[in-house]
Design a protein. Structure first.
Length: 155
């Protein structure tokens, strides 16, 4: 309880407030409010997560996800529906070179994204690694199939 009946302390700034107040008049923290999204007292008009006893760290400092990592992952995943269809109609002698160029470009983008992420400017390391791993699995499958003499319609 605060200084008198009907008052309590704000859990965020420790100001004395009425037990009936929905928010602290000094810091804007929700009082007796369940965890959830509320208007951010530091940035009016934006939402912030209240965990029931304090504000979560502001999201304004969060680093963006590297777009190159997203592109690399999308290209790696899109190989089957996109390139497989194109390669079915390609001249047979061009199938392997087209697939190798595609895989090389995807792996290059993934590695480039990892380098940019390592410099500390963004997030997305897992996306870039996933793109590289998927590309290497596809390439390894193609190499094993080629060395074993398996003829596939896609590469």
């Amino acid at each position: 309880m605060g200084n008198g009946p009907g008052t309590t302390y704000c859990p965020d700034c420790e100001a004395i407030v009425s037990v009936r107040a929905p928010t602290c008049p000094q810091c804007g923290a929700p009082l007796n409010a369940p965890a959830g999204m509320y208007e951010d007292p530091e940035r009016p008009g934006q939402m912030r997560y209240w965990n029931g006893s304090g504000w979560a760290p502001s999201a304004k400092n969060a680093k963006p996800i590297d777009r190159l990592a997203i592109v690399a992952l999308v290209l790696a995943i899109a190989y089957f529906p996109l390139v497989s269809t194109v390669l079915l109609f390609a001249v047979p002698s061009l199938r392997a070179p087209v697939a190798l160029v595609y895989w090389s470009a995807t792996a290059f983008l993934g590695v480039r994204a990892l380098r940019r992420i390592s410099s500390g400017g963004s997030r997305g390391r897992g996306l870039a690694v996933a793109a590289i791993v998927i590309t290497l699995i596809l390439l390894a499958g193609w190499l094993v199939g080629t060395l074993a003499g398996v003829r596939t319609p896609i590469a």
